[in-house]
Design a protein around this ligand. Structure first.
Ligand code: CP3
Length: 346
Protein backbone atom coordinates (compact mmCIF):
# COMPACT_ATOMS: atom_id res chain seq x y z
CA UNK A 1 0.00 0.00 0.00
CA UNK A 2 1.30 3.45 -0.90
CA UNK A 3 1.77 5.53 2.24
CA UNK A 4 -0.62 8.26 1.09
CA UNK A 5 -3.42 5.79 0.32
CA UNK A 6 -6.67 6.36 2.10
CA UNK A 7 -7.56 3.05 3.78
CA UNK A 8 -11.22 4.12 3.91
CA UNK A 9 -11.38 4.54 0.11
CA UNK A 10 -9.56 1.23 -0.45
CA UNK A 11 -12.08 -0.57 1.77
CA UNK A 12 -15.02 1.09 -0.06
CA UNK A 13 -13.65 -0.30 -3.34
CA UNK A 14 -12.96 -3.66 -1.66
CA UNK A 15 -9.22 -3.37 -2.30
CA UNK A 16 -6.78 -5.10 0.08
CA UNK A 17 -6.27 -3.37 3.45
CA UNK A 18 -4.58 -4.56 6.66
CA UNK A 19 -7.24 -3.50 9.19
CA UNK A 20 -10.85 -2.29 9.22
CA UNK A 21 -11.18 1.49 8.77
CA UNK A 22 -13.55 3.32 11.11
CA UNK A 23 -15.57 6.54 11.25
CA UNK A 24 -18.77 7.33 13.16
CA UNK A 25 -22.03 8.79 11.91
CA UNK A 26 -22.65 12.15 13.65
CA UNK A 27 -19.03 12.16 14.88
CA UNK A 28 -18.97 15.98 14.63
CA UNK A 29 -21.77 16.54 17.12
CA UNK A 30 -23.07 17.24 20.58
CA UNK A 31 -21.37 14.41 22.53
CA UNK A 32 -18.15 16.47 22.18
CA UNK A 33 -17.70 19.22 24.81
CA UNK A 34 -15.75 21.25 22.21
CA UNK A 35 -18.81 21.12 19.93
CA UNK A 36 -21.14 22.26 22.72
CA UNK A 37 -18.80 25.12 23.51
CA UNK A 38 -18.73 26.41 19.90
CA UNK A 39 -22.49 25.85 19.61
CA UNK A 40 -23.14 27.91 22.77
CA UNK A 41 -21.67 30.92 20.94
CA UNK A 42 -23.05 30.33 17.43
CA UNK A 43 -26.27 29.22 15.81
CA UNK A 44 -26.39 25.91 13.95
CA UNK A 45 -26.75 27.82 10.67
CA UNK A 46 -23.74 30.03 11.44
CA UNK A 47 -21.72 26.89 12.07
CA UNK A 48 -22.80 25.37 8.75
CA UNK A 49 -22.30 28.49 6.64
CA UNK A 50 -19.11 30.04 8.07
CA UNK A 51 -16.28 28.14 6.31
CA UNK A 52 -13.84 28.55 9.22
CA UNK A 53 -16.38 27.27 11.76
CA UNK A 54 -17.55 24.46 9.50
CA UNK A 55 -13.94 23.32 9.04
CA UNK A 56 -13.16 23.64 12.74
CA UNK A 57 -16.19 21.57 13.81
CA UNK A 58 -15.57 18.93 11.12
CA UNK A 59 -12.03 18.45 12.40
CA UNK A 60 -12.90 18.25 16.13
CA UNK A 61 -13.31 14.45 16.17
CA UNK A 62 -10.23 14.02 13.93
CA UNK A 63 -8.09 15.91 16.46
CA UNK A 64 -9.29 13.71 19.30
CA UNK A 65 -9.55 10.20 17.79
CA UNK A 66 -7.64 8.08 15.29
CA UNK A 67 -10.53 7.94 12.80
CA UNK A 68 -9.96 7.13 9.11
CA UNK A 69 -12.56 9.46 7.63
CA UNK A 70 -14.05 12.81 8.39
CA UNK A 71 -17.64 13.75 7.50
CA UNK A 72 -18.20 17.39 6.64
CA UNK A 73 -20.21 19.25 9.25
CA UNK A 74 -23.54 20.20 7.67
CA UNK A 75 -27.06 18.79 7.46
CA UNK A 76 -29.26 16.98 4.95
CA UNK A 77 -31.80 19.82 5.26
CA UNK A 78 -29.61 22.33 3.41
CA UNK A 79 -31.11 20.98 0.17
CA UNK A 80 -34.67 22.14 1.09
CA UNK A 81 -33.12 25.49 2.06
CA UNK A 82 -31.51 25.78 -1.40
CA UNK A 83 -35.02 25.26 -2.82
CA UNK A 84 -36.37 28.14 -0.73
CA UNK A 85 -37.63 26.34 2.41
CA UNK A 86 -35.90 27.62 5.56
CA UNK A 87 -35.79 25.74 8.86
CA UNK A 88 -34.94 26.51 12.44
CA UNK A 89 -33.57 24.10 15.07
CA UNK A 90 -36.04 24.13 17.92
CA UNK A 91 -34.69 22.77 21.22
CA UNK A 92 -36.19 19.35 22.12
CA UNK A 93 -38.09 19.23 18.77
CA UNK A 94 -35.42 19.34 16.06
CA UNK A 95 -35.57 21.01 12.64
CA UNK A 96 -38.84 22.89 12.00
CA UNK A 97 -39.56 24.55 8.64
CA UNK A 98 -41.09 28.03 8.56
CA UNK A 99 -43.71 26.67 6.14
CA UNK A 100 -44.28 23.12 4.94
CA UNK A 101 -45.55 21.79 1.60
CA UNK A 102 -49.31 21.53 1.60
CA UNK A 103 -50.33 21.91 -2.05
CA UNK A 104 -49.07 21.25 -5.57
CA UNK A 105 -48.62 25.02 -5.87
CA UNK A 106 -46.06 24.90 -3.00
CA UNK A 107 -44.08 22.31 -4.99
CA UNK A 108 -44.27 24.31 -8.23
CA UNK A 109 -42.92 27.36 -6.36
CA UNK A 110 -39.72 25.59 -5.17
CA UNK A 111 -36.87 27.29 -6.96
CA UNK A 112 -33.26 26.08 -6.76
CA UNK A 113 -30.64 28.68 -5.84
CA UNK A 114 -27.20 27.12 -6.28
CA UNK A 115 -25.41 30.12 -4.74
CA UNK A 116 -26.96 29.11 -1.38
CA UNK A 117 -24.19 26.45 -1.03
CA UNK A 118 -21.15 28.68 -1.71
CA UNK A 119 -19.89 28.82 1.88
CA UNK A 120 -20.23 25.06 2.22
CA UNK A 121 -17.97 24.58 -0.83
CA UNK A 122 -15.43 27.00 0.66
CA UNK A 123 -15.60 25.05 3.93
CA UNK A 124 -14.90 21.78 2.09
CA UNK A 125 -11.81 23.31 0.45
CA UNK A 126 -10.53 24.44 3.84
CA UNK A 127 -11.09 21.03 5.42
CA UNK A 128 -9.39 19.18 2.57
CA UNK A 129 -6.39 21.54 2.81
CA UNK A 130 -6.00 20.83 6.53
CA UNK A 131 -6.90 17.14 6.78
CA UNK A 132 -4.08 14.57 6.68
CA UNK A 133 -3.68 13.07 3.16
CA UNK A 134 -4.32 9.56 4.43
CA UNK A 135 -7.72 10.54 5.88
CA UNK A 136 -10.79 10.75 3.68
CA UNK A 137 -13.36 13.53 3.60
CA UNK A 138 -16.95 12.33 3.20
CA UNK A 139 -19.57 14.60 1.63
CA UNK A 140 -23.27 13.80 1.98
CA UNK A 141 -26.90 14.51 1.25
CA UNK A 142 -30.22 12.90 2.13
CA UNK A 143 -32.12 10.69 -0.29
CA UNK A 144 -34.99 12.50 -2.04
CA UNK A 145 -37.45 10.37 -0.03
CA UNK A 146 -35.90 11.18 3.37
CA UNK A 147 -35.54 14.86 2.47
CA UNK A 148 -39.11 15.08 1.16
CA UNK A 149 -40.46 13.50 4.39
CA UNK A 150 -39.22 16.60 6.27
CA UNK A 151 -40.37 19.08 3.61
CA UNK A 152 -43.94 17.78 3.48
CA UNK A 153 -44.28 17.21 7.22
CA UNK A 154 -42.46 20.45 8.09
CA UNK A 155 -40.92 18.91 11.23
CA UNK A 156 -39.79 15.58 12.70
CA UNK A 157 -42.67 13.12 12.89
CA UNK A 158 -43.30 9.66 14.34
CA UNK A 159 -44.84 8.30 11.14
CA UNK A 160 -44.35 10.72 8.16
CA UNK A 161 -47.89 10.04 6.92
CA UNK A 162 -48.23 13.23 4.87
CA UNK A 163 -45.67 12.26 2.25
CA UNK A 164 -47.24 8.82 1.81
CA UNK A 165 -50.69 10.28 1.31
CA UNK A 166 -49.26 12.73 -1.26
CA UNK A 167 -47.60 9.78 -3.01
CA UNK A 168 -50.88 7.80 -3.26
CA UNK A 169 -53.12 10.76 -3.94
CA UNK A 170 -51.19 13.00 -6.35
CA UNK A 171 -48.34 11.15 -8.03
CA UNK A 172 -47.67 14.02 -10.43
CA UNK A 173 -46.92 16.51 -7.64
CA UNK A 174 -44.98 13.86 -5.68
CA UNK A 175 -42.82 13.16 -8.73
CA UNK A 176 -42.24 16.89 -9.33
CA UNK A 177 -41.09 17.28 -5.72
CA UNK A 178 -38.76 14.27 -5.95
CA UNK A 179 -37.44 15.55 -9.33
CA UNK A 180 -36.62 18.97 -7.87
CA UNK A 181 -34.86 17.44 -4.85
CA UNK A 182 -32.93 14.97 -7.06
CA UNK A 183 -31.72 17.67 -9.46
CA UNK A 184 -30.69 20.02 -6.62
CA UNK A 185 -28.92 17.14 -4.84
CA UNK A 186 -26.93 16.16 -7.94
CA UNK A 187 -25.80 19.78 -8.50
CA UNK A 188 -24.85 19.99 -4.82
CA UNK A 189 -22.89 16.73 -4.87
CA UNK A 190 -21.13 17.62 -8.13
CA UNK A 191 -19.71 20.74 -6.49
CA UNK A 192 -18.93 18.96 -3.19
CA UNK A 193 -16.75 16.62 -5.28
CA UNK A 194 -15.17 19.52 -7.22
CA UNK A 195 -14.38 21.16 -3.87
CA UNK A 196 -12.55 18.08 -2.57
CA UNK A 197 -14.73 15.41 -0.91
CA UNK A 198 -13.35 11.88 -1.45
CA UNK A 199 -16.60 9.89 -1.08
CA UNK A 200 -20.31 10.69 -0.80
CA UNK A 201 -22.85 9.12 1.55
CA UNK A 202 -26.58 9.33 0.85
CA UNK A 203 -28.64 9.08 4.07
CA UNK A 204 -31.97 7.27 3.80
CA UNK A 205 -32.73 7.67 7.50
CA UNK A 206 -36.47 7.63 6.77
CA UNK A 207 -36.26 4.53 4.57
CA UNK A 208 -38.19 2.80 7.33
CA UNK A 209 -41.32 4.85 6.45
CA UNK A 210 -41.89 3.40 2.97
CA UNK A 211 -43.06 -0.12 2.11
CA UNK A 212 -40.63 -2.33 0.20
CA UNK A 213 -42.98 -2.44 -2.78
CA UNK A 214 -43.40 1.34 -2.89
CA UNK A 215 -39.65 1.83 -2.42
CA UNK A 216 -39.08 0.33 -5.89
CA UNK A 217 -41.39 2.76 -7.66
CA UNK A 218 -41.35 5.88 -5.49
CA UNK A 219 -37.86 6.11 -4.00
CA UNK A 220 -35.31 3.86 -5.72
CA UNK A 221 -35.31 5.55 -9.18
CA UNK A 222 -34.28 8.92 -7.71
CA UNK A 223 -31.64 7.34 -5.44
CA UNK A 224 -30.21 5.44 -8.41
CA UNK A 225 -29.86 8.62 -10.40
CA UNK A 226 -27.84 10.21 -7.59
CA UNK A 227 -25.71 7.10 -6.98
CA UNK A 228 -25.03 6.67 -10.71
CA UNK A 229 -23.85 10.28 -10.82
CA UNK A 230 -21.46 9.72 -7.86
CA UNK A 231 -20.18 6.52 -9.50
CA UNK A 232 -19.51 8.44 -12.74
CA UNK A 233 -17.12 10.66 -10.76
CA UNK A 234 -15.01 7.60 -9.78
CA UNK A 235 -15.34 8.11 -6.04
CA UNK A 236 -17.12 5.72 -3.65
CA UNK A 237 -20.88 6.02 -3.21
CA UNK A 238 -22.38 4.95 0.11
CA UNK A 239 -26.10 4.33 0.58
CA UNK A 240 -27.21 4.29 4.24
CA UNK A 241 -30.36 2.20 4.22
CA UNK A 242 -32.11 2.67 7.56
CA UNK A 243 -35.01 0.26 7.91
CA UNK A 244 -34.39 -1.52 4.61
CA UNK A 245 -31.41 -3.65 5.58
CA UNK A 246 -33.41 -6.87 5.86
CA UNK A 247 -33.90 -6.65 2.07
CA UNK A 248 -30.34 -6.72 0.68
CA UNK A 249 -31.56 -7.58 -2.83
CA UNK A 250 -33.56 -4.35 -2.83
CA UNK A 251 -30.88 -1.99 -1.54
CA UNK A 252 -28.26 -3.47 -3.85
CA UNK A 253 -30.32 -2.13 -6.74
CA UNK A 254 -29.13 1.37 -5.81
CA UNK A 255 -25.76 0.47 -7.47
CA UNK A 256 -23.82 1.95 -4.55
CA UNK A 257 -20.26 0.77 -3.83
CA UNK A 258 -20.99 0.60 -0.12
CA UNK A 259 -24.17 -0.23 1.78
CA UNK A 260 -24.49 1.48 5.17
CA UNK A 261 -26.18 -1.11 7.39
CA UNK A 262 -28.39 -0.22 10.37
CA UNK A 263 -28.05 -2.02 13.71
CA UNK A 264 -31.14 -4.25 13.30
CA UNK A 265 -29.52 -6.95 11.14
CA UNK A 266 -26.51 -9.33 11.18
CA UNK A 267 -23.64 -8.24 8.92
CA UNK A 268 -22.89 -11.91 8.13
CA UNK A 269 -26.38 -12.34 6.64
CA UNK A 270 -26.13 -9.17 4.54
CA UNK A 271 -22.65 -10.21 3.40
CA UNK A 272 -23.80 -13.60 2.18
CA UNK A 273 -26.93 -12.16 0.55
CA UNK A 274 -24.88 -9.55 -1.32
CA UNK A 275 -22.32 -12.23 -2.32
CA UNK A 276 -19.33 -10.00 -1.68
CA UNK A 277 -20.33 -7.67 -4.52
CA UNK A 278 -20.53 -4.52 -2.36
CA UNK A 279 -18.67 -3.23 0.69
CA UNK A 280 -20.60 -2.98 3.97
CA UNK A 281 -20.44 -0.19 6.53
CA UNK A 282 -21.66 -0.57 10.10
CA UNK A 283 -23.29 -1.65 12.30
CA UNK A 284 -22.67 -1.47 16.08
CA UNK A 285 -25.82 -0.55 18.00
CA UNK A 286 -25.30 3.09 19.17
CA UNK A 287 -26.65 2.04 22.60
CA UNK A 288 -23.48 -0.01 23.15
CA UNK A 289 -21.48 3.22 23.48
CA UNK A 290 -23.44 3.87 26.68
CA UNK A 291 -22.08 0.63 28.21
CA UNK A 292 -18.83 -0.03 30.10
CA UNK A 293 -15.67 -0.83 28.14
CA UNK A 294 -15.93 -4.62 28.59
CA UNK A 295 -19.32 -4.59 26.79
CA UNK A 296 -18.01 -2.22 24.08
CA UNK A 297 -15.14 -4.62 23.50
CA UNK A 298 -17.18 -7.83 23.28
CA UNK A 299 -19.90 -6.30 21.08
CA UNK A 300 -17.30 -4.72 18.77
CA UNK A 301 -15.64 -8.10 18.39
CA UNK A 302 -19.02 -9.63 17.44
CA UNK A 303 -19.50 -7.05 14.66
CA UNK A 304 -15.97 -7.68 13.33
CA UNK A 305 -16.51 -11.46 13.46
CA UNK A 306 -19.91 -11.18 11.83
CA UNK A 307 -18.32 -9.55 8.77
CA UNK A 308 -15.46 -12.04 9.02
CA UNK A 309 -12.42 -12.25 6.80
CA UNK A 310 -11.61 -10.15 3.76
CA UNK A 311 -11.74 -6.56 2.60
CA UNK A 312 -14.89 -4.53 2.15
CA UNK A 313 -15.85 -3.68 5.73
CA UNK A 314 -15.91 -0.15 7.13
CA UNK A 315 -16.64 -0.05 10.85
CA UNK A 316 -19.34 2.39 11.98
CA UNK A 317 -22.36 2.52 14.23
CA UNK A 318 -25.71 1.33 12.87
CA UNK A 319 -27.04 4.92 13.29
CA UNK A 320 -25.69 8.24 14.59
CA UNK A 321 -23.87 8.63 17.89
CA UNK A 322 -26.10 10.15 20.59
CA UNK A 323 -25.30 13.29 22.65
CA UNK A 324 -25.05 11.36 25.95
CA UNK A 325 -22.02 9.23 24.92
CA UNK A 326 -18.73 9.85 26.77
CA UNK A 327 -15.88 10.78 24.37
CA UNK A 328 -13.68 8.28 26.28
CA UNK A 329 -15.95 5.47 25.07
CA UNK A 330 -15.38 6.56 21.46
CA UNK A 331 -11.64 6.60 22.02
CA UNK A 332 -11.82 3.06 23.43
CA UNK A 333 -13.94 1.86 20.49
CA UNK A 334 -11.55 3.28 17.88
CA UNK A 335 -8.58 1.68 19.63
CA UNK A 336 -10.34 -1.71 19.86
CA UNK A 337 -11.29 -1.73 16.17
CA UNK A 338 -7.68 -0.91 15.22
CA UNK A 339 -6.31 -3.68 17.44
CA UNK A 340 -8.83 -6.44 16.89
CA UNK A 341 -9.58 -6.06 13.19
CA UNK A 342 -6.13 -6.87 11.79
CA UNK A 343 -6.68 -10.61 12.27
CA UNK A 344 -9.49 -10.52 9.67
CA UNK A 345 -6.87 -9.74 7.00
CA UNK A 346 -4.16 -12.32 7.76
O1 CP3 B 1 -22.20 13.16 10.99
C1 CP3 B 1 -21.74 14.26 11.27
O2 CP3 B 1 -21.10 14.51 12.30
C2 CP3 B 1 -21.90 15.37 10.25
C3 CP3 B 1 -22.98 16.23 10.44
C4 CP3 B 1 -24.43 15.80 10.29
C5 CP3 B 1 -25.46 16.47 10.99
N1 CP3 B 1 -26.65 16.01 10.51
C6 CP3 B 1 -25.24 17.50 12.01
C7 CP3 B 1 -26.32 17.83 12.94
C8 CP3 B 1 -25.03 14.87 9.43
C9 CP3 B 1 -24.39 13.84 8.51
C10 CP3 B 1 -26.43 15.03 9.57
C11 CP3 B 1 -27.42 14.29 8.77
C12 CP3 B 1 -28.84 14.36 9.13
N2 CP3 B 1 -29.55 15.47 9.51
C13 CP3 B 1 -29.74 13.29 9.04
C14 CP3 B 1 -29.40 11.89 8.55
C15 CP3 B 1 -28.61 11.13 9.54
C16 CP3 B 1 -29.35 10.54 10.68
O3 CP3 B 1 -28.88 10.75 11.82
O4 CP3 B 1 -30.33 9.84 10.47
C17 CP3 B 1 -31.01 13.75 9.43
C18 CP3 B 1 -32.27 12.93 9.51
C19 CP3 B 1 -30.87 15.14 9.72
C20 CP3 B 1 -31.94 16.11 10.14
C21 CP3 B 1 -31.65 16.65 11.48
N3 CP3 B 1 -30.70 17.60 11.74
C22 CP3 B 1 -32.27 16.30 12.70
C23 CP3 B 1 -33.37 15.28 12.84
C24 CP3 B 1 -31.66 17.08 13.70
C25 CP3 B 1 -32.00 17.13 15.16
C26 CP3 B 1 -31.31 16.01 15.84
C27 CP3 B 1 -31.52 16.03 17.33
O5 CP3 B 1 -31.31 14.96 17.90
O6 CP3 B 1 -31.84 17.09 17.91
C28 CP3 B 1 -30.66 17.86 13.10
C29 CP3 B 1 -29.76 18.79 13.78
C30 CP3 B 1 -28.31 18.42 13.76
N4 CP3 B 1 -27.65 18.03 12.64
C31 CP3 B 1 -27.40 18.49 14.85
C32 CP3 B 1 -26.14 18.14 14.34
C33 CP3 B 1 -24.82 18.11 15.05
C34 CP3 B 1 -27.69 18.97 16.26
C35 CP3 B 1 -27.49 20.44 16.22
C36 CP3 B 1 -27.41 21.12 17.56
O7 CP3 B 1 -28.43 21.24 18.24
O8 CP3 B 1 -26.29 21.58 17.87
Amino acid sequence: MHKDNQIFIDACFMKPVNRTPIWIMRQAGRYLPEYRNIRSKNSFHEMMHTPDLMAEVTLLPMNRFDLDASIMFSDILVVPESLGMKFELVPKVGPVFKTSISSSRDIEKLNFDHSYFKNIYNGIKKIRNTLDKTKSLIGFAGTPWTTACYMVEGKPSKDYMKIRSLMYNDYESFDLLMRKITDATISYIREQINSGVNAVQIFDSNGVYISKKNFIKYSLPYIKEIINFINSQNIPSIYYAKGLCDSPDLIMQTNSNVLGIDWSVELSKVKSATKGLVALQGNLDPAILLCPNNVIKSETEKVLQSFGKGSGHIFNLGHGITPNVRPESVEYLVQQVREMSSKNYE
